[in-house]
Design a protein around this ligand. Structure first.
Ligand code: CU
Length: 502
């Protein structure tokens, strides 16, 4: 499935402060769609978030919609379908918003989406995960900007040109369905200047770990001898952060003056830090430091992730649950429509958590009852990562680590911690995050592994619920819902899952 005939789709490019308008027409024959603008703040603009069943009804075949938002942040991101497993079929593109940079550079090489790639259709894979154990298959390949070689020797490596002696900016984006990876460029270090949309003080590393949905804007100095260098994508040895049948190397970086066809001689060695561990050592340029006493761990801010097998329509199925409930939205009953009509009686399993207080830090302790790590993504906000349990090589081999305020509080960082919109919840462990309640709306907080959110791993925060109706233009939502309802009544393809895949 393509956007404007391409995969990945076109890059949306804007300047900081611009208003972006994108007309989306659904030319698919038997699929709905809705497009989510990953990481975009959507300030008081919840209904352009593109989360079907939450902020809108899906667009039926033949329908069009204009998404509109202000580029209040700058940096690099992506957009993708939020309708079932559709983005795994290619409904993905990148976003570049130009603005200031925390470190000068000379060449902007632009966006580089990196993704796992499955040869099977996404819905077929998703159906195969319904019966226990429900474990995802390995990806067939990893694509660097849409390109790689395959096992039969077809395809080609993507090649990036470097200017000798110059400092280049690269925008690395993990647009995967499942795979988290570590990236490195042989013989070169990378200097991070942004984590997701957050500018940070320069941080230099030999390799970087990106879970699904994360971005690193980095600079690379072309200071080595003129030649060809492998860009490598490696995986955690445990396999718990995803695997692909074809992996490193992923792309080739050529210095100007070197061959533009030769393969690099030096293969490189896998970086040592592949434990699926999110790096939380960044310091944002614009500081945010909540007072430590404002955080109290309690059952009210605990989110416990678990897995369960239940029988539904005579079939055993795997579900991911948060506080005992797997999310299951109804496509034509978006949360915003309920709220705009003053109706709080949502259908069951909407997994709603109210966050009523304005302009406070909302803290959440997420605990993982299983060894599988989950990339957690929040809509409408970035969040502080105050702390997390350390990653281990094999989380299944250790007992579940619950957050213990008596012993773990001392490890939390309240002084300008790492801030971004996606983080990795460690296996059998915990993470503490906080966001500022400065954006009324119904915002998803979910695992960004498409297979998992499809199996229910999501909640929605109702932030300042009394103020939400004033931000909603029902006259824009309802016509699409009517079109969708008409279409769906005759569609042979019915919802078989949570209705959401990131
Ligand atoms: Cu997950």
């Amino acid at each position: 499935m393509l956007i404007n005939g391409k995969c990945p789709g076109p890059t949306i490019r804007a300047d900081w402060g611009d208003t972006v308008r994108v007309t989306v027409t659904n030319n698919l024959r038997i699929n709905g769609t809705s497009l989510h603008w990953h990481g975009i703040r959507m300030h008081e603009n919840n209904q352009n978030d593109g989360a079907n069943g939450i902020t809108e009804c899906p667009l039926p075949p033949g329908a069009s919609k204009v998404y509109s938002f202000r580029a209040e942040q700058y940096g690099s991101s992506w957009y993708h379908s939020h309708f079932s497993s559709q983005y795994a079929n290619g409904v993905v593109g990148t976003i570049q918003i130009d603005g200031p940079a925390s470190l000068p550079y000379e060449e902007d090489l632009g966006v580089f989406p990196l993704t796992d790639w499955y040869y099977g259709a996404a819905d077929e894979i998703q159906h195969s995960l319904i019966p226990p154990p429900g474990a995802a298959p390995p990806a067939d390949n990893v694509l660097f900007n849409g390109s790689h070689v395959n096992a039969a020797g077809g395809g080609s490596y993507y090649r990036v040109k470097l200017k000798p002696g110059k400092r280049h900016r690269l925008r690395i984006i993990n647009t995967s369905v499942d795979n988290a990876f570590t990236v490195s460029l042989n013989n070169h270090s990378m200097t991070v200047i942004q984590t997701d949309f957050i500018p940070v003080n320069a941080y230099t590393a030999q390799s970087l770990f990106l879970t699904v949905g994360q971005r690193y804007d980095v600079t690379i100095d072309a200071s080595q001898s003129v030649g060809n260098y492998w860009f490598n994508v490696t995986f955690a040895a445990s396999g718990l952060c995803g695997v692909a049948n074809i992996r490193y190397p992923a792309a080739i970086f050529d210095y100007e003056g070197a061959s533009s066809t030769a393969l690099p001689a030096f293969q490189g060695t896998p970086p040592p830090d592949s434990l699926c561990e999110d790096n939380t050592n960044f310091s944002p340029i614009v500081t945010r430091s909540p007072p430590a006493p404002s955080f109290t761990a309690s059952p009210d801010n605990a989110l416990d992730v678990s897995i369960a097998v239940q029988t539904w329509e005579g079939q055993q199925r795997v579900y991911w649950k948060v506080n005992g409930e797997d999310m299951n939205i109804t496509w034509d009953e978006p949360t915003l429509e309920y709220l705009a009509k003053g109706d709080m009686n949502f259908p069951n399993r909407y997994n709603v958590f109210e966050v009523p207080q304005a302009n406070q830090w909302a803290f959440w302790v997420v605990e993982n009852g299983l060894g599988v790590p989950h990339p957690l993504h929040l809509h409408g906000h970035d969040f502080l990562i105050l702390g997390r349990s350390p990653a281990v090589a094999n989380p299944f081999a250790i007992p579940v680590r619950r957050y213990n305020d008596a012993t773990d509080r001392a490890t939390l960082n309240f002084a300008n911690p790492t801030r971004r919109d996606t983080t990795m919840l460690p296996g059998n462990g915990w993470v503490v995050v906080a966001f500022r309640t400065d954006n009324p709306g119904a915002w998803l907080f979910h695992c960004h592994i498409a297979w998992h959110v499809s199996q229910g791993l999501s909640v929605q925060f109702l932030e300042r619920v009394q103020e939400i109706p004033a931000t909603v233009r029902l006259e824009e939502i309802e016509p699409v819902c009517e079109q969708w309802t008409t279409y769906y009544s005759t569609s042979p393809h019915k919802q078989f899952d949570s209705g959401l895949r990131v």
